[in-house]
Write a protein that binds this ligand. Sequence first.
Ligand SMILES: Cc1ncc(COP(=O)(O)O)c(CN[C@@H](CN)CCC(=O)O)c1O
Length: 431
Amino acid sequence: IVSVSPEFEDCKEIAQRAQDHIPGGVNSPVRSFKSVGGTPLFIQRGKGSRIWDADGNELVDYVGSWGPLILGHAHDSVVEAVERALGKGLTFGAPTEGEVELAKMIVDALPSVDMVRLVSSGTEATMSAIRAARAFTGRSKIVKFAGCYHGHNDGLLVEAGSGGATYSIPNSAGVPEGYARETLVADYNDVNSVQRLFDSHPAEIAAVILEPVAANMGVVPPAPGFLEGLRLLTANNDALLIFDEVITGFRVAYGGAQTLYGIVPDLTCLGKIIGGGCRWGPTAEGGMSWSGSAPGQYVPGWHTVRKPACGNGGDSNPQGLAAPGTYEGLEAASARLADGLAAAALKAEVPLTINRVGSIMTAFFNGGPVEGWDSVAASDRERYSAYFHLMLERGVYLAPSPFEAAFVSTAHTPEDIGATLEAAEYALARV
Ligand SMILES: Cc1ncc(COP(=O)(O)O)c(CN[C@@H](CN)CCC(=O)O)c1O
């Protein structure tokens, strides 16, 4: 890996200007480096597994824009597809054939999905799915899980109320108490915590929404029986099961986590990979007698699928991913990385728990096991911050937060993985 000028002078200069014009200097909190300290890197370009920051530092990238870039940066087929589409116009405020083809590709890939409504972000996908669930059931309560993130819908920016309170409280300013009260918070990998909510709110819960593999508290896989238990519980209580597969869709398997674990949700939210790197977030509705929207449910128009260009970009993504051996290659590279990190931690006598599903993983500075928000929260954040900066010094760009995932792409070469493991040996010996 090329040498990194750790002063990041140009990034710092841009960061200063950014502060003058953008609240916090970034357009999404997790990009601020607040969790790890230091100045956020301002990225100039990316190709394959590499990114270059404003100081010209070349870095092996494991953020991958938080998941979309499973084929790596600026993949030729994606760039060609988007360039082809760009010349035909950016937005028409009218349907395009590309949307139909993309919707069909999603239906073909995810057996639980009958129909797809395309919107412009993961937030809008989960917001639309929740509205559809409320419209379909006529109920208002939603169950989410501590540690899971579904975008910045007001009603989901909540945390469990303190003590025995069964009602949630907002975890962001500006969210009215009334909104928070409609969302109940359960514990990931604990079906009984959901059973208790159904018992205390009979016939009030419209849906349970979750990341079938949690990745927004770091990667936490579903415990055996957890997803099956939720499927049974929601079916027995006439509530819907919503899989937020914005990260896991086309990531952990071509058919997403629902295919990997054999669970049929009622609604699926996708994003990231399906947009091929453009902003995108389909709500895929499946297994339900109606589609697109329940009678009277409103999902507004102009912002919906305003980017035919990206739709075409996204098209090439799923097609590329369907090629034989794609996921086997990702599995091999990711397993080598995870095993190598575990070996380096053992050698450095650093307690490290690595949770991995396919090509997403998180190294928790924690003796483990890490199975839900409580054990995640017990991880050593300071040690992660030190590790993050030591890895950056050695040219490896990880998530600037201990509670996110690292993403391996088909563009990560054996040399990238080898260099990453060398950097990890250096870093773990110094944290
Ligand atoms: C499971 C899940 N569901 C929904 C969302 C929201 O998607 P967007 O609105 O950012 O497209 C996300 C967004 N993910 C974060 C990082 N984990 C994106 C952060 C960023 O892009 O800065 C998600 O992970």
